[in-house]
Design a protein around this ligand. Structure first.
Ligand SMILES: [Zn+2]
Length: 232
């Protein structure tokens, strides 16, 4: 998923830089200079951008949910197959869309603001393009990091769905990768067992639960596994 976001960010940089070039050409034809008034033709439409990004990454999100579901089903000996038209899949996609909307919005706003500043200062097209390269890419790294987190989140969401659905599963157990790089708070709850429909002691229903605070989820590599009645 992060590769897909990376590709999207590169395309966005190219698009804005192309718009800058074209706006500059049109301005020259009219014997004018590129200025801050051109910003609205330079910046792409934010809603269309969100559509493009979601079109790019939705297949990955669904594939990862499915992988998590299949993994969970195997562990729980759950017979149901993954159904991509299920309501919980839709809800999850809407949730992720809202999150990526915020990420894109940040990229958009910071880029627009930096561009306006360069153009007001009478900067050249080259200077403006340099700014775009830098600002979009710095924010793009953040988006890629988020996308990496998204993969493990979707895995956990998919398996959690099985644990909730399955009659075999009564409890779930938090599994932390204890390699010295784990989050301290997750080292402490490694192995914690709770009822399947209740949150773990950190308030999360599953590792990387988006309902949790950022300090509990960013870069988390934890998973969770189902416990059957006879395992308790
Ligand atoms: Zn963790």
């Amino acid at each position: 998923m992060d590769k897909s976001v990376q590709k999207y960010i590169s395309a966005l940089v190219k698009k804005i830089n192309n718009n800058l070039k074209n706006a500059n050409k049109s301005a020259k034809k009219m014997d004018k200079q590129l200025d801050a008034n051109s910003i609205d033709i330079v910046m792409p439409n934010m809603n269309e951008e969100l559509e493009t990004l979601m079109d790019d990454i939705t297949p990955y999100i669904i594939a990862t949910l499915s992988a998590g579901f299949i993994y969970g089903a195997k562990q729980a000996r759950h017979a149901e197959a993954f159904d991509m038209s299920a309501g919980w899949v839709d809800d999850y996609l809407m949730e992720r869309r809202a999150m990526f909307n915020t990420v894109l919005d940040d990229i958009y706003k910071t880029t627009r603001e930096s561009l306006v500043n360069v153009l007001i200062a009478g900067g050249s097209v080259n200077q403006a393009q340099e700014i775009v390269n830098r600002v979009v890419n710095i924010n793009g790294f953040r988006a890629e990091r988020i996308a990496r987190t998204e993969s493990l989140r979707a895995i956990n969401r998919g398996s959690h769905q099985v644990y909730m659905e399955s009659d075999n599963v009564t409890h779930k157990q938090w599994n932390t990768t204890m390699d010295g790089k784990e989050r301290e708070s997750h080292g402490i709850i490694n192995g914690e067992v709770v009822r399947v429909n209740e949150p773990f002691s950190n308030g999360l229903m599953y590792p990387l639960d988006p309902a949790g605070p950022a300090y509990e989820v960013v870069n988390c590599r934890c998973t969770h596994r189902p416990l059957k009645r006879e395992e308790l």
